[in-house]
Ligand binder design. Structure first.
Ligand SMILES: Cc1cc2nc3c(=O)[nH]c(=O)nc-3n(C[C@H](O)[C@H](O)[C@H](O)COP(=O)(O)OP(=O)(O)OC[C@H]3O[C@@H](n4cnc5c(N)ncnc54)[C@H](O)[C@@H]3O)c2cc1C
Length: 398
């Protein structure tokens, strides 16, 4: 790569930084443009499946990620009305034997920090905060990212890693905004000492109820407790205040198990996120621009795989750019072939799982019956397509 022609990455989230690091380690000159004033300054807990660990291995950060992670003993689903256990996926020894790598939870800020520190050790990666992209111009020989301050930055190619509301995607595709599904999330991290004993558990717990769910787990080696409350609401798009949100939560969760109500008491309700996704599409690139992560295939969080997919994308794309020695057309096509169906399956299965979590009435009875005879082996087999990961080496060099 000529020094004047870096690869531009718009968005310094987990996907963008994974791509930057993977390319940077192979000697490519990279400029990461991030609109926020600081990289990775905020975030909540995040679950990572075993499929993402081979990516961390390729990025040289597995140990650092593991040091910052909690290893929960199981993923547990509870019925939100009567508290009965619906399903349990052990994530201890048998899981490790089956999937080789662990299932972990980590503070997103800590994961970001690991990626950032690794990027900062490489002189060929420039991390530029407070740069907001507003569009691109591709003249065939190079691409230019236009920025909000009226400037433009030239590069050999641009990777749109700018998340759900991607402006790079908007430059490539003629379509509307993401699909709002009528649900919102509130997220909170509380110090462990504030969590009442009756609700404290060391597993990743999901309470599934009619039109709502709560997920919680300990973080930072048991110092903190992460809680996410998600529910259907007709007011999702409206700006509310914490008091209004509290009243709405009390109405929504009125029939929920007392432990869930105790969890809601701990929630900070200032901020809410509208939940949305998009239908899968087959093509994520045009000319010298390509998408990854949420910009390419935004998904509901039911499988807890959005960030894992963004990181897999980043590593795969980087390896293909390198393997084709910067033949971007070839690299982008091979990247799509490698990634589109897998990520589409995550999007579509996440939608199905979303219904399963929120089953009401007779569907709730069916849910119980469906899982009644599931064995550990059966559950592991069902998850193998996802947790076994992808044969990256073969993809990059085939
Ligand atoms: C409630 C909830 C829980 C979740 N839990 C999990 C989980 O447990 N496990 C999991 O794997 N996934 C989870 N996800 C999904 C995960 O958060 C996303 O899929 C993941 O963050 C996508 O990464 P990304 O790098 O593609 O985009 P993002 O993380 O959204 O990063 C995009 C970056 O681009 C920047 N940016 C945006 N626009 C511009 C612009 N115009 N110019 C410059 N920069 C820009 C943003 O500031 C941001 O830094 C969850 C999502 C939600 C909502």
């Amino acid at each position: 790569m000529s020094a004047a022609n870096p690869i531009l990455i718009v968005g310094g989230g987990l996907g963008g930084l994974a791509a930057a690091l993977a390319l940077g380690r192979r000697g490519w000159r990279i400029r990461v443009l991030e609109e926020a004033p600081q990289f990775g300054a905020i975030g909540y807990g995040i679950q990572l499946g075993p499929n993402v660990f081979p990516m961390f291995g390729r990025l040289g950060i597995s140990e650092a990620v593991l040091r910052a992670s909690n290893l929960p003993p199981a993923l547990v689903m509870l019925d939100a009305l009567d508290g009965e256990e619906i399903a349990r996926i052990p994530t201890g020894d048998s899981f490790r034997r089956r999937f080789t790598h662990p299932y972990v939870v980590i503070h997103r800020v800590d994961l970001h920090q690991v990626l950032l520190e690794a990027c900062r050790t490489l002189a060929n990666i420039e991390l530029e905060a407070s740069v907001c992209a507003v569009g691109i111009e591709d003249d065939g020989d190079q691409v230019r990212v236009r920025t909000r301050d009226g400037g433009s930055i030239a590069g050999a190619a641009v990777i749109g890693a700018d998340g759900l509301g991607s402006c790079i995607r908007a430059s490539l595709l003629n379509e509307g905004p993401p699909r709002l599904i009528g649900y919102v999330a509130h997220r909170t991290i509380v110090p462990m000492e504030r969590v009442p004993h009756g609700v404290l558990r060391d597993e990743v717990v999901l309470w599934g109820g009619p039109g709502y769910h709560i997920v919680h787990y300990p973080l930072r080696h048991g110092a903190e407790f992460n809680i996410v409350a998600v529910f259907r609401t007709s007011t999702y798009a409206e700006k509310g205040d914490a008091r209004g949100h509290r009243e709405e939560l009390e109405r929504t969760y009125r029939d929920a198990h007392p432990a869930m109500k105790a969890l809601l008491e701990l929630m900070d309700l200032e901020r809410r996120w509208a939940i949305s996704d998009r239908d899968p599409i087959r093509h994520w690139h045009r000319g010298r621009a390509v998408l990854l992560g949420d910009a390419a295939h935004p998904t509901l969080q039911s499988l807890a795989q959005g960030a894992c997919m963004a990181i897999e994308d980043g590593v795969c794309l980087a390896e293909l750019i390198d393997a084709t020695r910067g033949d971007f057309q070839a690299a982008f096509q091979r990247y799509e072939s490698a990634r589109v169906v897998r990520t589409a399956r995550v999007q579509l299965d996440s939608r199905a799982l979303w219904e399963f979590y929120h089953a009401a009435g007779i569907a709730r009875d069916v849910r119980r019956l469906t899982v009644a005879d599931w064995t550990e082996e059966h559950v592991f087999n069902c998850l193998a397509w996802l947790y076994d990961g992808v044969p990256m080496g073969q993809t990059a060099h085939s």
